[in-house]
Write a protein that binds this ligand. Sequence first.
Ligand code: SF4
Length: 469
Amino acid sequence: MDDIQTEITEDCGVFGVYSKENRDVAHTVYYGLYALQHRGQESAGIAVAYADKIIYHKGMGLVADVFAQGGLDRLPEGDIAIGHVRYSTTGASQLLNAQPVVFTGKCGRMALAHNGNLVNAGQLRSYMIERNAVFQTSIDSEVMAAVINSLSDGDILKGVMRACPLFKGSYALVIMTADKLIAVRDPFGIRPLCLGTVDDDYIVASESCALDAVGAAFVRDIAPGEIVVIDCDGVHSHMMGNIPPSRMCIFEFVYFARSDSVMDGCSVYEARKEAGRLLARYCPAEADIVSGVPDSANVAARGYAEESGLPFVEALAKNRYVGRTFIQPEQGQREDSLTIKMNALRSNVEGKRVIIIDDSIVRGTTMRKIIKMLKKAGASEVHVRVCSPVIKHPCHLGIDIQTYSQLIGAYRDEDQICSCLGADSVRYLPLDKLLQSCSRAKVGFCLGCFNGEYPYPMEEGSADKSKLE
Ligand code: SF4
């Protein structure tokens, strides 16, 4: 699955900077968000702490579009800024729901940006409304901001420490007050978050590729359950109580993260290449060439080619000037735009038995079209090899796989999936081999969409299990 596919979506990227020297923090966040664009393309926003105010700009669309026409230049100089790119997992795709959430509370002006999804946001929202809170948006991030504020007694760290045990779900947060930047990673560490430094500035970001983009050196990952406070005295670390064994989302390695990121001690590129090698070893096929669905499966395809001894050949050309298919949340829109995003390379596939590598298959609509495209271009056989196990369960932790009915693998075995896709064979990487490919990571993994075992119980109504029957 990749950026020209239509199958799965990431939930957001966050970025924050605390600066002692460089006053142009808005530009730093802008470049950081640019590097995190793959994590969300629906909206983007930057908030800057300016005196006791917070000045912000948010908009719908890609970072470059949102901050074109003076949007960036209108943001003031300051010491602290945070930013966000969004794909909607809760709350409609509309400007009102764009982040950062900016509000005035017990700690003065504050801003919060969130990557993840709370499974108990509905209960927390009702609880807060009963206590006279008012909400402007339908996003769980605003609920988090309200809970933190209400428990803070004017001390933001106290508010975060008290609120986090109430949050059930995935969250990587950056929070800003007039004089502090705070980074929070949920106790399971489901979403990534890392700390970097450049000159005397501190940076927090969803992925290390965003540190690289602003010239920052990677310092470390924020640990699961850690709250990092950055102020004029430097960096202070606080831990939540009762930290469970970590359960980072393994899909970060399968698909979401950029391959040049390193997360929790593991290179995404190396993990993907190793997954490709293991796939070749455990799921071989009689074929002439190996190819990847561009771009995200290309690394694994090279690993597969190396291990199998077959040549890596590009079977698909991608139109690089069309936005990522899953910019549009509506399935109908996504399918319509697919065919203008890629094409088969006839000269490379004609008369060939092709192994096409993908990182995952969710609905299967894209892969079905790819197979048809390759065969139309003359491929004599198309063998699909997938660098992760069959997705059998929805995700309610921030990824847009919400119902069993969306999943081609929820109620089919490999042979049934194969005939459904129109392939000559389909094989998936076994779960233990996927874990092996990520074995350098210093965290445990959530595997919920593969084995149904989630860090948090599925909230009633968050997945339509009846569709299984
Ligand atoms: S269920 Fe799957 S996609 Fe969701 S957090 Fe767990 S591993 Fe990631």
